[in-house]
Design a protein around this ligand. Structure first.
Ligand code: DNO
Length: 404
C-alpha cells in the first residue's frame, strides 16, 4: 500500500515539508486553477511537479506527484450537450500530457453539479476537536426553505420534512448563510464554484434526466477516454458519490456496489477502474466495504481510507467524519482485503501491486484548530489517520499469512 497525501498546491496550509515529516511516500494533486474542459498543458503539469519536488527552502523534497485527483469531467460531458465533444478531446490531450510526465493514476467523479456535500465543516466532537458532518435535517432545511427547490419536500421522508421546518424556523441568519455556503460554494477539490442562482439553473437542466441516462453518459465518457488511457498505460478511477444517495433531485450513479459493477462491466478495461472511498460509500449501511474490496479489488486503482459514524441506518442519513479506525467501516478488515488483493497482483506479475491510498480527511485536532487548512484536510488529524492506518498495515503484514 502506497502512502499518499492530498496537496492543493502552494496555497495549501499544509506544506511539502509537513508531508515529509508525516512519512508520506507520494502526492495526490490537481491543477485546480485550470477551468474544467480545458487541456492541462505539459508546462502546468511540470510546474506542479516542481512544486511537489521542493521544500519551502527550495531544497529537494524527494516527493513526486503520483495520483491526479481530480481531472474533472465537465457538466457538458455529463449532460452530453454544448462543447462536450471538445471537452472529450481536451480530456484525452490532458491524459497524454500526464502520461508523458509519468503520472499514471487519474481520479475523477461523475456527480452532477455538486461534488462532495457537507452541512457542517467544523462540527464539535466529544473530544473538543471538530469534524465535518452531513446533517440530513439541516440539508432538508436548506433544500426546502433556502433553495426553495420545487419538489424538495417530496424528496425527503415526512419526519425529515417536519424536523427541517422546525430547524429552519429557529435558525439564525448567520447559520442560514453558513449552511448555504457549505452546501453551495464548493468544498476543496470541487471543480466548480457556484452561486445559489447557478445551482438553481443547473438543477433545472437535470430535472428531467433519469439516472439511466446519466449512467449511460458515464459509460459513453469512459468508452471515449478509457481506450486512450489504456494505450497510455494510465489507470482511471471513478470516485463514488458523496454522500451516496441522491440530493436535490439530482441523479446519482456511483453510490453502491451494483452501480460500480454495471459501469465496470460496460467498459471492461483495466484502465477503467475504481477509487474505493470508504468514507463516501460508508455513509450507506448497505455498502460492505471489505466485501467490495474483495470482490472488485482487481479494478481498484486508488483508495480513500476514512470512516463515518451514521446517526441512523436510513437512506438518506446524517453522519459525521469519525476517526479513521472508528465509525461504521471495519478498517482492519478493509486493509486486510487490500493486502490480499496486492498479494494476488504480485503473484500475477502486475506492476500496480502497491495500491496508492490516502488517509482521507481528518478531524481538526490540536494545532489544526488554529492552522485553518482546507476544510477536511488538516495536518495533524490526517497525520493521526495515516499513522493509525500504517499501524494496521504493519501489524497485518507481520506474520498473519497475508504478506510474502
Ligand atoms: C473530498 C474528495 C472529493 C473528491 C472528488 C474526486 O474530499 O474526496 O472532492 O476529490 O470527488 O473526483
Amino acid at each position: 500500500m502506497r502512502q499518499t497525501w492530498r496537496w492543493f498546491g502552494p496555497k495549501d496550509g499544509v506544506a511539502t515539508d509537513d508531508m515529509m515529516q508525516a512519512g508520506v511516500e507520494g502526492v495526490v494533486s490537481a491543477l485546480h486553477h485550470v477551468p474544467t474542459g480545458q487541456i492541462w498543458s505539459a508546462d502546468e503539469i511540470r510546474l506542479r511537479q516542481d512544486q511537489i519536488g521542493s521544500r519551502r527552502d527550495g531544497t529537494a523534497s524527494g516527493l513526486q506527484w503520483e495520483v491526479v485527483e481530480s481531472l474533472p469531467v465537465s457538466e457538458d460531458i455529463k449532460k452530453q450537450q454544448g462543447a462536450w465533444r471538445e471537452h472529450l478531446d481536451a480530456y484525452r490531450s490532458s491524459l497524454r500530457n500526464l502520461a508523458a510526465a509519468g503520472i499514471e493514476v487519474i481520479c475523477y467523479n461523475f456527480m452532477p453539479v455538486l461534488d462532495w456535500t457537507r452541512t457542517d465543516l467544523a462540527w464539535r466532537v466529544g473530544h473538543g476537536g471538530t469534524a465535518m458532518r452531513f446533517d440530513v435535517y439541516d440539508f432538508a432545511a436548506f433544500d426546502i426553505h433556502i433553495l426553495k427547490r420545487a419538489g424538495a419536500a417530496e424528496s425527503f421522508p415526512a419526519e425529515v420534512v417536519a424536523e427541517a421546518e422546525k430547524r429552519f424556523a429557529t435558525m439564525s441568519d448567520a447559520r442560514r448563510e453558513e449552511l448555504t455556503g457549505n452546501v453551495v460554494y464548493g468544498l476543496p477539490g470541487a471543480a466548480e464554484n457556484f452561486s445559489l442562482a447557478d445551482v438553481r439553473a443547473h438543477l433545472a437542466q437535470y430535472a428531467k434526466m433519469p439516472r439511466e441516462t446519466l449512467r449511460q453518459h458515464l459509460v459513453d465518457f469512459l468508452s471515449e477516454v478509457a481506450p486512450e488511457a489504456e494505450k497510455l498505460g494510465l489507470r482511471l478511477c471513478c470516485h463514488p458519490d458523496d454522500p451516496p444517495f441522491p440530493l436535490m433531485g439530482l441523479p446519482r450513479v456511483m453510490s453502491t456496489e451494483a452501480d460500480y459493477r454495471a459501469v465496470m462491466a460496460a467498459v471492461d478495461l483495466p484502465a477503467s477502474g475504481i477509487t474505493l472511498c470508504s468514507g463516501s460509500l460508508g455513509a450507506r449501511a448497505d455498502n460492505d466495504l471489505p466485501g467490495m474490496m474483495a470482490r472488485m479489488g482487481d479494478r481498484v486503482h486508488f483508495l480513500h481510507l476514512r470512516n463515518v459514524t451514521r446517526d441512523t441506518d436510513t437512506i438518506p442519513c446524517s453522519f459525521y467524519e469519525a476517526e479513521h479506525l472508528g465509525g461504521g467501516t471495519d478498517m482492519v478488515a478493509l486493509v486486510k482485503a487490500v493486502l490480499v488483493e496486492e498479494k494476488k497482483r504480485r503473484a500475477a506479475g502486475r506492476s500496480d501491486c502497491s495500491i496508492p491510498f490516502r488517509p482521507d480527511h481528518g478531524q481538526d485536532i490540536l494545532d489544526d484548530l488554529t492552522r485553518k487548512a482546507q476544510p477536511g484536510y488538516p495536518a495533524i488529524g490526517r497525520l493521526k489517520g495515516l499513522a493509525e492506518l500504517r499501524g494496521v498495515m504493519t501489524a497485518l503484514e507481520h506474520g498473519d499469512g497475508v504478506g510474502d
